[in-house]
Ligand binder design. Sequence first.
Ligand code: GDP
Length: 429
Amino acid sequence: MNLCVLGAQWGDEGKGKIVDLLTPRFSIVARYQGGHNAGHTVYVSGKKFVLHLIPSGILHPGIVCVIGNGVVVDPVALFAELDDLASLGVEVGNRLLVSDKAHVILPYHRELDVLAEARRGEQKIGTTSRGIGPAYEDKIGRRGIRVGDLADQSADGPLAGAVRDNVDARNRLVGNGDLKWPDVLADLRRAWTRLRPLVTDTSLYLHRAVQAGKRVMFEGAQGTLLDIDHGTYPFVTSSNSTAGGAATGLGIGPREVGTVLGVAKAYTTRVGGGPLPTELFGEMGERLRETGQEYGASTGRPRRCGWYDAVAVRYAARVNGLHALAITKLDVLDGLGRLEICTAYRCGAETLTEMPSDLAQLSACEPIYETMPGWAQPTRGITDFANLPEAARRYIERLEETSGVPAAIISTGSDREHTILRSPFTTGN
Ligand code: GDP
């Protein structure tokens, strides 16, 4: 059975560790959306790997990794990541495939990202300024340049025309003529020389692999509440990070997605702007940030921290059709006297048990908490559910009840070994 692993909160849930852990059960790991704004931190035998664009499956010899059509690719960032992996001794060879339909992030997309954020002022989204949003804008505006388009080597063919038109538009927007389209074209031609061996019709590749009985893991970036359609719009990312994105972002049928696993932290974090009903501003927020080392893997920005929001995770269970949850960072809660779970929102006179669509309403929501006892004994590194302190077991059970989804994986530390596996993951395959 194939498996889709995605974020059930606002991103940074620890998907990288879960994907890395499960990779040996699959032949292929495929990324379906986002760009190098994502940041997965994986520790293997104490060695730290930060992956942005390339699926973390690449750390496992023999695994093929796919960057799907739903991803936006900055060739400069991709090559930097490949060089980093090589310097850390990871042999990539022909194990990385890039969709010919993936859109290219051009140098001026980064500039436009910075300008758009500056224009938003107080309302800024807190993007990573890596050009992801503007690249998706060009895609939806039907003026984007796709990876496969770079094959056009003719002096005045479609690629040259598209680059000229796009750079002209950029110069009008930015209000100067600094960027010269032949320079951008020359960069893209250079990038193609290195990209070419990786580029293929990855939809067809995946179809054939599934037909041949190979198992695929689909890897989502960011999280459900950052999805362009189902997240806290406009404080969202520019792509579909929810399970539906796996089908459109890879060109596979929805039936091929298989089991859907939502990764959720045992508490809540978010980077950038936008509402976060359970946010903690005082000492407790600081305690979660420091113990959980809640600083962005891509940007180093401190993450906003708060108690577990069961309304948000229940919503994620619904829009993704989650079969199971992977609860991460349980150990971060070790030693707390009491824990709060937000089970509903109070909005004026109303009690909401479902995530509201309206941002103003969500911003006005106050969490309604249920208090649970904490635990004094450390959970760090525990690999058996029965060995967890009783209060920790009850906490996990409550997260299951409030989402209606079983916690099939519980992570008790950043290492691969620091994990409790439960059905259906108890066997090695
Ligand atoms: P991702 O983008 O969803 O993979 O999340 P990040 O990589 O940005 O953040 C997850 C961070 O938490 C990484 O530094 C992981 O090593 C770490 N991590 C993952 N699971 C656990 C856990 O169970 N306990 C602790 N203490 N750290 C964890």
